[in-house]
Design a protein around this ligand. Structure first.
Ligand code: 5GP
Length: 180
């Protein structure tokens, strides 16, 4: 099994490159079936969802546009319980079908908060696609992703966009913190 070390912590490979590709294809097929002719706007939540967004977008055989927002709720390996909008969304989404592209839904506070910001801007619809989610940790039911790649138990993961203090995003696979 492949392992990596960051900040004295060991992480073991959890989801392989091939599995990630399969998850992305499955999610893309479901979205394509629901959004044909709707010209959705994909809003990438930086920085965690950046690789998922680019792979997902290339797998979508439909017309769509993209925008970005930088939200932050985690510091290191745990949630701060607050959401910071470091770089706000700068495009008009009025009457658009919006798909928020997120890396992971954990407590749900980030999506709960961001959906409120989006609704105030009067889009036609808002849905969330998340590569992963931790259903056991969900505290905001409205944040449950409409499309989820894979549900995981309570684990801290890095790689494929997921960071530990901004490092490890460039690992091609997803790794989970080894529990002692
Ligand atoms: P929530 O707001 O749902 O509690 O947490 C969502 C955000 O926290 C994600 O967008 C991500 O930035 C961060 N996060 C949650 N779980 C993990 C994890 O296991 N690993 C990493 N690197 N970030 C996580």
């Amino acid at each position: 099994m492949k392992s990596v070390t960051y900040e004295g912590m060991t992480f073991d490979e959890y989801i392989s490159k091939q599995e990630i590709e399969q998850i992305v294809q499955d999610v893309a097929s479901r979205i394509a079936a629901d959004y044909e002719d709707k010209h959705p706007i994909l809003i990438c939540v930086l920085h965690g969802a950046m690789f998922f967004l680019t792979d997902l977008m290339r797998a979508l055989p439909i017309d769509c546009t993209v925008a970005t927002v930088h939200l932050q709720s985690y510091d290191g390996t745990s949630s701060t319980g607050q959401v910071r909008e470091n770089v706000p969304l700068r495009v008009d989404i009025r009457d658009r079908d919006v798909i928020v592209v997120e890396d992971i839904v954990d407590s749900g506070i980030t999506m709960h908060y961001f959906k409120q910001i989006l609704r105030a801007r009067q889009p036609r619809t808002v849905k969330v696609v998340s590569l992963l989610s931790k259903p056991s940790e969900l505290q905001y039911p409205d944040a449950k992703p409409d499309y989820c790649g894979r549900e995981i138990p309570k684990k801290f993961v890095i790689g494929y966009g997921f960071d530990i203090h901004e490092y490890a995003r460039n690992l091609p696979e997803i790794y989970a913190l080894r529990e002692n």
